[in-house]
Design a binder for this molecule. Sequence first.
Ligand SMILES: NC(=O)c1ccc[n+]([C@@H]2O[C@H](COP(=O)([O-])OP(=O)(O)OC[C@H]3O[C@@H](n4cnc5c(N)ncnc54)[C@H](O)[C@@H]3O)[C@@H](O)[C@H]2O)c1
Length: 265
Amino acid sequence: MTETADEGETADEGTHRGRRALVTGAGQRMGRAIALELARGGAEVVVNDLDRERAGAVADEIAKAGGRATVSVFDVTDWASVEEAARTGGPVDIIVNNAGNAGRTSGPAATDFTPFIETTPGDWDAFLGVNLYGVMHTVRAFLPGMVDRSWGRVVTIISDAARVGEQRMAAYSAAKAGAAGFSRAIAREAGRHGVTANCVSLGTIAYDDSEMPGDVQARLLARYAVKRFGRAEEVAALVAFLTGPEGGWITGQTYPVNGGYSSAL
Ligand SMILES: NC(=O)c1ccc[n+]([C@@H]2O[C@H](COP(=O)([O-])OP(=O)(O)OC[C@H]3O[C@@H](n4cnc5c(N)ncnc54)[C@H](O)[C@@H]3O)[C@@H](O)[C@H]2O)c1
């Protein structure tokens, strides 16, 4: 089901003018920042989240700033819901696969994760469902519309856990790495139709409500070249570039935004 929040004038200037962008998991934090940035560039943003209230609040925020937003509540792990959203909500030009989980509900602290050999296959579903199948469902449902119109941009938010491998986060690492491999394959399939597909790989991001004990923070930061955590706006700026007009010849890549936690060659 979709609802529209449209209080202000549509931005008539900007890199994303005339584009319609779906951002999954856009009800808070990273997804919210990306949705606001694309709206600022003139895109009409389809704000997806599981949580209607959160998605509505972000759509209202966009509308108050003079942008255009539509709320689309669906669970990316549920193919039928994603397919219905694509069928009833209309086509999009841009997909940002942001919905994801690392097994935590608040804050970037990751101290209580379970070693892989203590997990069972049933424990892995929650990670593979959102971070891999969620991406595949969304692309499968919305890519045909892009192919029909010979233009599209797909950006998938992954994690350096996928690139480096992170202990006690094996299922999450596997799911995010799977999403990156999937994205590269889609880049090859869809490039001839004017559609690009890339990943943005994050290190630890700090949000206004992030809470992390000082010793955990110091331990994590020891691995970063730039001695602070990332800001959502820094990621959103790259997503805006990749999904904008100048991103047309960049495809099949993974770009880290990670304060030097790891390097891409
Ligand atoms: N926060 C970090 O430090 C960090 C680091 C590396 C990668 N990432 C990745 O960045 C992305 C955003 O992270 P975040 O910190 O903003 O996450 P978050 O948990 O704060 O927000 C995720 C949003 O997605 C929604 N969501 C969750 N499952 C969903 C589903 N099945 N369908 C639709 N919506 C769903 C949630 O309701 C929530 O609003 C994720 O893909 C995450 O894996 C985050």
